[in-house]
Design a binder for this molecule. Structure first.
Ligand code: FPP
Length: 255
């Protein structure tokens, strides 16, 4: 007969010791590909959208955890340029998520001094989504705490392409010379202009790919994957990711 000791149970659950987070080595910018909402719902015999609804709570949990660690920026991949291919019901539901999120959490975001931003093709979003996001961006614009950046109708290729087009227009208008174009200049045309590049990219649900997310910006990001579906993501899993990041040796091509 085996005896189950409480500390073994504790160990099995891999509860991280928060004291083991080194305050000196916190990633400045964390980006998350929130994946697995549909599978979370399927497993429970619920419609896919129930997973998205539950995922809203996980968003706020991660905001609180990031704020607690004084992380500077948190980017969340909320809707990709490819997500339009989903059913109209699901797309409509996802487009209502920002309004629901801000309705519930904007007062807390203000209390936490969080600044909301968005990257992606904003123009293509339905008016009610634009209004909800814009209202949050406006209300939080003077906050100087955590930058909460929603990637909405975002695609890495779209980002690079729109930057190349805008840059070409400026060259054509003689406002920029080809000789002056370098990585920093090109980066200033991207949706993420003015933001730091993600130090850590987390993807949930066991998938191990980048799926057209920040292709330029993640050139030197550390990747961390978890089997956890997004609706189950919480502070504990977030801390595991941070601890894993702190074990990495970042060399940026050097030795
Ligand atoms: C991927 O899971 C998730 C999405 C495409 C949407 C993410 C949206 C939320 C978490 C809602 C919160 C959003 C805001 C703006 C507050 P999936 O549906 O692809 O899951 P699956 O791979 O299991 O099917």
């Amino acid at each position: 007969m085996s005896i189950k000791l409480p500390f073994l149970k504790f160990k099995d659950k891999q509860i991280p010791d928060k004291k083991r987070i080194e305050q000196q080595n916190i990633p400045e910018h964390v980006a998350i590909i929130m994946d697995g909402n549909g599978r979370w719902a399927n497993k429970r015999g619920l419609p896919r959208v129930a997973g998205h609804k539950e995922g809203v709570g996980a968003v706020q949990k991660v905001v609180r955890a990031a704020d607690k660690l004084h992380i500077s920026a948190l980017t969340l991949f909320a809707f990709s340029t490819e997500n339009w291919q989903r059913s109209k019901t699901e797309v409509d539901f996802l487009m209502r998520m920002p309004k629901q999120f801000f309705h519930k959490y904007l007062p807390e975001l203000m209390e936490r001094n969080v600044r909301v931003e968005t990257v992606g093709n904003f123009e293509q979003l339905p008016d009610h989504t634009k209004k909800a996001v814009w209202n949050a961006v406006e209300k939080t614009k003077d906050n100087d705490g955590l930058l909460l950046n929603f990637a909405l109708n975002y695609g890495g290729r779209l980002d690079i392409m729109q930057a190349a087009k805008k840059m070409a227009e400026d060259i054509k208008k003689d406002e920029l010379s080809i000789a002056d174009v370098d990585e920093s200049v090109f980066g200033s045309y991207l949706y993420t202009n003015g933001m730091s590049e993600p130090d850590l990219l987390i993807r949930t649900s066991g998938e191990k790919r980048i799926s057209n997310f920040m292709l330029w910006q993640c050139a030197y990001s550390e990747f961390w994957f978890t089997e956890v579906f997004w609706p189950d993501f919480d502070e504990e899993v977030f801390m595991q990711a941070i601890q894993a990041y702190q074990q990495r040796k970042r060399r940026f091509g050097s030795v």
